[in-house]
Write a protein that binds this ligand. Structure first.
Ligand code: SF4
Length: 372
């Protein structure tokens, strides 16, 4: 046998032993299995549990935390996530923690947001290719052009943007507080119109909730833009008792046809507090999988779209990230300081009493968004 080949075979045999489902691994991960066993097959569990056990040990050794977004698969979300939720909630939790290392189980703009809010911590992303169609839709130069065309208007950017774009803006928003931020910014600037970028559909859906005029950009989330009003009508016909919850990055005809629209936090809150018998979450696939683990009285109907960027993050590359301290995300300090000011202005707003929802009665009034 060729020497190199023998080495590879021996490495693989060593790896197989190191990642075996041993009684120690079983004991170490018993509490997680207990939570996930109705959603994960025993075969999957025997493959994933050794990695989950190793990741959780490495985190303790290296004083690291894992921020797991709602769109991570349940093995990551429930198995190794220290903080779970939406991108901003995750970054805020990270800033409060004593950990030296943050592993972002999410996409690149989220890792940048964590670095902006935690400049002294090492921020790692397991796959540098984990991007986002919305974040990629706009550059800092585009924002400068919009500002030049509309001087004097406040620029509000969705958190799904790069650090450079955040640095060009006045205040950030999320889907949970976009209406609130638009109204506060219009009041603070003393204007009747604001710039809300880059998500065209979020802007259109926010515009229907407020009298403030909105100028937006043609950015779209490739996951949510694919749903249509026709999809919702077909779902209603097939599942007449199901409550349909949509994300505000969906097109407006989806929002009109749904029972409720809100951020991922608002959707979770809706399911956990109202306990619908049957529900459809019009968003990324893993969201329903993760909520279903806790919402044991609700049946989830699963038409969904996968985010190819989120799905780049796996248990294996999270383990590699922790083991080899890869891949570090950095932000130029001058950009970071300006971007932090935009994020901080949003954080400093009084928190809404309940997660934002998109009011259906007002939503029937049509309001145009001015697109650049
Ligand atoms: S779900 Fe949409 S907004 Fe979120 S990372 Fe994927 S493409 Fe971007």
């Amino acid at each position: 046998m060729h020497d190199g080949f023998a080495e590879v075979v021996s490495d693989r045999a060593h790896d197989a032993a190191a990642f075996a489902f041993t009684p120690e691994v079983e004991a170490d991960t018993a509490a997680i299995w207990d939570k996930l066993k109705s959603k994960v097959t025993p075969l999957e569990w025997r493959l994933n549990a050794p990695l989950i056990s190793k990741i959780n040990r490495l985190k303790r050794q290296k004083n690291a935390v894992i921020l797991a977004h709602n769109y991570m698969t349940p093995d990551i979300f429930h198995g190794v996530g220290d903080f779970v939720g939406d991108s901003l909630g995750l970054a805020r939790e990270a800033a409060r923690s004593d950990a030296k290392i943050i592993v972002q189980a999410g996409v690149h703009f989220m890792a940048e947001t964590s670095k902006i809010l935690c400049p002294d911590k090492t921020v790692l992303i397991p796959d540098l290719q984990a991007g986002c169609s919305l974040a990629a839709s706009i550059t800092a130069a585009d924002v400068r052009l919009i500002k030049a065309r509309h001087p004097g208007l406040p620029v509000i950017t969705y958190v799904n943007t790069s650090a450079e774009v955040k640095a060009e803006t006045d205040i950030c928003c999320t889907s949970a507080n976009a209406v609130q931020v638009v109204e506060q910014a219009a009041k603070a600037w003393g204007v009747s119109k604001v710039i809300l970028i880059p998500d065209e559909f979020l802007a259109r859906n926010v515009a229907r909730q407020t009298d403030v005029g909105i100028i937006s950009w043609k950015g779209r989330c490739e996951v949510h833009e694919r749903f249509s009003g026709e999809d919702i009508r077909e779902l209603r016909a097939a599942y007449p008792g199901a409550e349909i919850l949509a994300h505000p990055e969906c097109p407006t005809d989806v929002i009109e046809a749904s029972d409720f629209t809100g951020s991922t936090a608002a959707m979770t809150d809706y399911v956990m507090s109202r306990k619908p018998k049957q529900v459809v979450l019009i968003t990324e696939c893993s969201m329903a999988d993760n909520v279903a683990v806790d919402a044991v009285d609700t049946e989830f109907v699963r038409p969904c779209n996968l985010c190819p960027h989120m799905k780049r993050i796996t248990l294996q590359n999270i383990y590699d990230a922790l083991l080899h301290d890869q891949f570090e995300v950095t932000v130029d300090p001058a950009i970071s300081a300006r971007a932090r000011a935009a994020v901080q202005r949003m954080i400093d707003l009084p928190p809404p009493a309940i997660p934002a929802r998109y009011d259906l009665v007002k939503a029937r009034h049509h309001v145009d968004v001015e697109l650049i």
